[in-house]
Design a protein around this ligand. Structure first.
Ligand SMILES: [Zn+2]
Length: 357
């Protein structure tokens, strides 16, 4: 995600932290001092555990997770594809909140012994307005009970929370995937409005921010599924442009620039002796020129891991592959030879044209 940088890598998953997170650290430091910092670090430790559990469940079904991004409002695990079976989505969605519930169970007795009953229960009593003396404050107890908040909040049956995914998975057993998604999205909007209302009534700006985030994320979940369902009936053949240009691995990058100016093509299959050797998108071209100069060879910057799709590949499948390989375009082949390029812009254009009807 833009504006975030890698903290550590766990089991091949990059854990990134977004710059805005530091604003939150500063805010809590100003409000609560060192204890505020501890609280936020504690929250993010358990958010990371939560996201890792989603990721492990996804890995179990063969879905790769590239990064986990920690934002001020929680974590986001970006998966190589959306789980297609309701059962998989259900398990992956429940794995996160389950980890928080597990933490609550495992640490209950040890903390009871360490802090004593009253100190451990103090945050919970404060939450429901039944706190006794103010002398019972323990930051560890707060961090412990935050797991209850994380589990509870994430189990709300609305997008983009985990509970929204659970709801969609259950609903899609008895209705279409699209309809189930629409309901979970609408629930997201309802909760967003509810949080916005609470934020305004209680003068809590943070709640308003959460409300806006929930509203927008719910909408974008809905849009994603809409695109998927709309393009389901189309294949690469339907959108493939008639002509395309390819490039040889020995050509300098300046050659691609020249071609990109003349044609409107931005992504180039690298072909040698009739075989596909690699692929260069606008991203590799620009990064390559920046790092190695215009005279560097195409073979130095091309990607060799992007597979070719065929003309009969469905656009929905192409979209998944583009996401999986983190690229904006892919080469297309017919009967063994490369016949063109398909890009994310092509797919979006199809979606816009169909949905405007
Ligand atoms: Zn979650």
């Amino acid at each position: 995600m833009r504006g975030s940088f890698r903290l550590i890598t766990v089991f091949g998953i990059d854990i990134e932290i977004h710059v805005t997170f530091f604003l939150l650290l500063m805010l809590f430091f100003l409000l609560l001092g060192p204890r505020g910092l501890m609280l936020i670090v504690g929250v993010f430790f358990f958010v990371t555990i939560h996201e890792l559990c989603h990721s492990f469940a996804a890995l179990h079904f063969g879905i790769k997770v590239k990064t986990i991004t920690l934002l001020p409002i929680g974590g986001v695990a970006s998966m190589s594809e959306i789980p297609s079976k309701p059962y998989q989505e259900l398990v992956i969605a429940l794995a996160g909140p389950f980890s928080n519930i597990l933490v609550l169970i495992i640490f209950y007795l040890p903390l009871q012994l360490m802090l004593g009953h009253e100190k451990l229960m103090y945050p919970l009593m404060a939450m429901i307005g039944r706190a006794g003396s103010a002398g019972q404050f323990s930051i560890i107890a707060y961090i412990y009970w935050l797991n209850l908040v994380l589990a509870g909040f994430n189990l709300l049956p609305a997008f983009p929370m985990d509970g929204g995914r659970v709801l969609r998975a259950i609903l899609s057993y008895c209705m279409s995937y699209k309809k189930a998604t629409d309901i979970a999205v609408r629930m997201g909007h309802v909760f967003a409005l509810f949080f916005a209302y609470l934020g305004i009534v209680h003068g809590q700006i943070f709640l308003l921010v959460i409300a806006i985030f929930i509203y927008m994320s719910a909408s974008s979940e809905g849009l994603q599924v809409n695109v998927r369902e709309t393009i389901k009936n189309y294949t690469v053949k339907n959108i493939l442009a008639g002509d395309f240009v390819h490039i040889s691995p020995d050509a300098p990058l300046s050659k691609i620039l020249e071609l990109a100016f003349r044609t409107r093509q931005e992504d180039y299959p690298v072909i040698e002796d009739g075989y596909l050797r690699g692929f260069v998108t606008r991203k590799e071209l620009l990064q390559g020129i920046h790092a190695k100069g215009k005279e560097a060879r195409v073979s130095e910057v091309m990607r060799t891991d992007i597979p070719a799709v065929t003309v009969t590949t469905g656009l929905h499948e192409v979209q998944k592959l583009l996401q999986k390989y983190d690229t904006s375009a892919m080469p297309v082949k017919r009967a063994g030879s490369i016949v063109g390029v398909v890009t994310i812009d092509d797919i979006n254009r199809v979606y816009l044209m169909i949905s405007e009807k």
